[in-house]
Ligand binder design. Sequence first.
Ligand code: FES
Ligand SMILES: [Fe+2]
Length: 378
Amino acid sequence: MQRETEQRLAAEALDRIERRAVPQADSTMVIDGARYTAAAALAAENAALFRRHPLVVALGCELPEPGSYLTFDIAGVPVLLVRDDEGAVRGLLNTCRHRGARLLSGGGKVGKAFACPYHGWAYDRCGVLRALPGSEHFPEVDVDDTRLMQFPTEEHEGLVWMLLDPSASRVPDPGLGALGPELGSYRLSGHTHRGSHAWTKRMNWKLGVDTFLELHHVAVLHRKTIAKTVLKSAFLYEPFGRHARLVAPRRSIEEQRGNDPTDWRLVPHATVIYRLFPNAILISQGPHMELYRFFPYAEQPGTTECRMTLSSPADEGCGRDWDEALQLALGVLDREDFAMMESVQSNLAAGLQREVMFGRNEIGLQNFHRVRDAALAE
Ligand code: FES
Ligand SMILES: [Fe+2]
């Protein structure tokens, strides 16, 4: 985070802690819970958000070298990310040109060419067909002119952005505004990948995002785990276009009160949460970063693939047990937060209680859902 921003936010955090004042919305907001459960809501989001808005799909360091690849599905669309021989990240449709087989699964590294597991058509790291076994039976297929469908994909400041529209030629500006340079200040392009986890939850993708947007559940839901370290009396919230930043200071921030304000730090004393519209959460936890992505299943508003990636600067983290760090980060989130979200999902799916309320202190949820509604209305 830039020094000036850090100082300003540290001062605001200390002031809010003193006054026990959390940011407030103008009123309570009531929404229809069907947005979490209705197939029509997911279909609308699929068209207006997932296929039209740039998505943060990975950290660049998840694909450290030419041939590194990752696969995942976004609302049923099978995506293959691969770093090509020039070092650029390619977003390809993970579907063979022959008869539609899925080409790769999971993640790892491919050689200069990779073969379809069905009949062996082979593609290079740019998705161009390089070998067609039994090509005499396909005389009409021009091998050099056959390639996997591709999505505009760009790596910027260590984040991989993709537009899930194969007819588009480039990734549109995601409209980060002042958040762009702030994210750049973390120098994610110099990070090393420390671990990843992908898992499926029975919850709507927005419930995954909602989890990170308020803190007053911490004292209740997490009373036996992390409640002691989090200051629920103070958080900061700032929208940036469709995106937002939430700062959750830790108790240690108060140790600086006696220091010269120009020396105040925020990053070592806070969890800084960036909500990157529509479905990504990027978190600064001191030196390491966590990226979460919530990908809905096709036509299943109540099922989401969650992907989490941990990274830290290449020169830090020596001797740290990153597997343990990953388990620690996921433990509370999965066992407490997402378990709660699964029960919310099934309760709302019962369809009797339709309304969901966001209080004035749930300004982060209000903002996210308003931005989502506005994007759908466009
Ligand atoms: S479907 Fe891929 S080679 Fe046949
Ligand atoms: Fe939580």
